[in-house]
Design a protein around this ligand. Structure first.
Ligand SMILES: [Zn+2]
Length: 356
């Protein structure tokens, strides 16, 4: 008997074929358009973090989990496994201005050339991924639009194409504020009940998006301090991936402590170069990139401010070993049958009234 999510997709996509935990079907969002047969892929593996994650091979619609699929398709949400009509979504009560940068973004996208995006193409990020995240160029700087949950862009971060430390904010000043600094924010809703990555730096998110993974970015690890974990309330698992340096790692831990057990911090291997990032990994080892990313994701453990069960067990057995000694041998209770049953006295339990 298949699980609810698998049954939901099989019901929604009657022509689908299940092969190796992956469902293949003609894409219901773009299929038939221009006479093309685009393939929709749904990843189905109940014990995986990406169970129910769908993706159109043509990239016609943004990927996501079952609730996003149903919203795109106009399916009744009550049919979707995991739907909860009583949910409230943090951060929706914002009065957005009438004026936005949407039209300007199209102009910036047109100005993006192979030369201005050389640093990104060097990390194997394709023009399609850049178009999906509406990355542009203003003539001198790369323009990363900070699209808000309402789907509009009011502010963008302009970053020098070669020197990421050289940047400025552009647009409506109100949206330069720390609480609005989430790049690709609409992805949070698309991943409801599913898994999402939070990374440091837009270019690092682009590297993950290139692999088809869902995520958002903060401009720098320091911005994690202003990121309210309630925004991720309905995300099942949050992978947090920052650069390989002590400061970012410390900021990631502080955020994870606030967000709780749903966070899995992706750890860099001991031998990774200092300040390694997804971008540097993709630039230096493009062939091995995908494999290394998935290996590190598999190793990421759920975050807990407490010692792990394995650690607790180790401490407990060590203490027992230290406390064990010859001292107890030969002690008897004085009750012959009790001594025979228990093999002597091993400790004291007070039964009956409360200890005094
Ligand atoms: Zn499609």
């Amino acid at each position: 008997m298949s699980d609810a999510v698998t049954r939901f997709y099989l019901d929604q996509l009657p022509e689908a074929q299940l092969k190796n935990n992956t469902l293949h079907a003609p894409c219901p969002f773009c299929g038939g358009r221009d006479g093309r047969e685009a393939n929709l892929v749904v990843f189905l593996q109940p014990d995986s973090f990406f169970h129910g994650y769908f993706r159109c091979a043509e990239g016609c619609a943004a990927s996501g989990f079952p609730l996003h699929f149903a919203r795109l398709r106009g399916t009744r949400l009550a049919q979707v496994p995991g739907y909860d009509p009583d949910r409230e979504y943090f951060g929706r009560e914002v009065d957005y201005p009438v004026r936005n940068l949407n039209n300007e973004l199209a102009g910036f996208s047109d100005k993006l050339t192979a030369e201005s995006a050389a640093r990104l193409h060097g990390a194997a990020i394709t023009a399609r991924t850049l178009a999906e995240l509406r990355v542009g160029h203003n003539g001198r700087y790369l323009v990363y639009p900070y699209v808000q949950p309402d789907g509009n862009c009011y502010a963008a971060r302009c970053v020098h194409p070669e020197r990421p430390e050289d940047f400025f904010w552009y647009g409506d000043e109100r949206f330069f504020a720390p609480e609005y600094r989430v790049f690709n924010a609409p992805e949070i809703d698309r991943c409801e009940n599913g898994t999402l990555f939070v990374v440091e730096g837009e270019e690092n998110l682009l590297c993950l998006k290139q692999l088809g993974l869902p995520g958002v970015a903060v401009p720098a690890a320091a911005d994690l301090e202003h990121l309210d974990p309630r925004r991720f309330e309905w995300i099942g698992t949050l992978f947090l991936w920052v650069g390989h340096n002590a400061e970012s790692a410390a900021l990631a831990r502080v955020f994870a402590t606030r967000a709780g057990f749903k966070v899995r911090i992706v750890r860099w291997p001991e031998n990774a170069p200092k300040n390694a990032s997804l971008h540097s990994l993709a630039t230096e080892q493009p062939e091995a990139f995908q494999q290394r990313v998935f290996a590190l994701i598999r190793e990421a453990r759920a975050f807990s401010p407490f010692p792990s069960p394995a650690g607790e067990f180790h401490t407990f057995t060590e203490r027992l070993a230290q406390e064990a000694g010859e001292g107890w041998a030969g002690l008897t209770t004085g009750f012959a049958r009790l001594d025979r049953a228990l093999g002597g006295l091993h400790g004291l339990n007070i039964l009956g009234g409360t200890p005094k």
